[in-house]
Design a protein around this ligand. Structure first.
Ligand code: COA
Length: 180
């Protein structure tokens, strides 16, 4: 994994991150989230402008937007902040085709090195996303509670869907630093 560089995202990375998210997000959820919900989330959270805003906010208020770079190309990203009711990891995505090579672990390790000892934070993962749940459990996350993923996106990421959108079973998982 020595060919992977983990670093803070720069504003000039926004278009590469948005392009990766526009592919990686639908691929991760196709089949267990309605297509319309996927399209809405991509439209509202993966525009270049939306990513630029998050990158601008990172560095302040205990927020981190990290990228994994391989041969000058962004092959993964992670976004964490402390703006909501509790600190939260909002996104961790690796380029399709490069899963299982340790890139996600490197992103998570860098975040954990930056956290103030004793920090506890949450993330939301779709219950059917077995690979991601396994990844988090392997890194010491514990299951906290069950939620509706669509409602969580609304409350925590501002993603708005029609009110009759069916619920998507999801889990809140928690990481407490010092317990990995
Ligand atoms: C989840 C994710 C970030 C993990 O990053 P990664 O670089 O693939 O993971 P690592 O190589 O560091 O660790 C491998 C572990 O990831 C998990 N994993 C998840 N999906 C995997 C896949 N398709 N292939 C291999 N490992 C996968 C497994 O737990 C694996 O450990 P194991 O081989 O002992 O079972 C990445 O697979 C990904 O982007 N998945 C799609 C997007 C996603 O679901 N993001 C999380 C949203 S909540």
């Amino acid at each position: 994994m020595t060919d992977i560089l983990i670093r803070d995202a720069k504003r000039t990375d926004a278009s590469a991150i948005a392009a990766l998210g526009q592919v990686a997000f639908p691929l991760a959820y196709k089949g267990f989230i309605p297509d319309a919900v996927i399209a809405t989330a991509v439209e509202q959270t993966y525009s270049v402008a939306a990513i630029e805003r998050l990158i601008d906010q990172a560095g302040a208020d205990d927020a981190h937007f990290l990228v994994a770079e391989r041969d000058g190309v962004v092959v993964g990203y992670l976004h964490y902040d402390s703006v909501g009711p509790e600190p939260e990891l909002h996104r961790i995505y690796v380029a399709p085709g490069q899963f299982g090579e340790g890139i996600g672990s490197l992103l998570l390790r860098e975040l954990h090195e930056r956290l103030v000892p004793g920090t506890s934070y949450i993330l939301m993962v779709m219950a059917a996303n077995d690979g991601a749940v396994r990844f988090y459990e392997r890194h010491g996350f514990v299951r906290d509670r069950e939620v509706d993923g669509v409602e969580h996106y609304r409350l925590h990421m501002g993603v708005t869907n029609p009110s009759d959108t069916p619920a998507v079973p999801a889990l809140i998982m928690r990481f407490s630093s010092g317990e990995e």
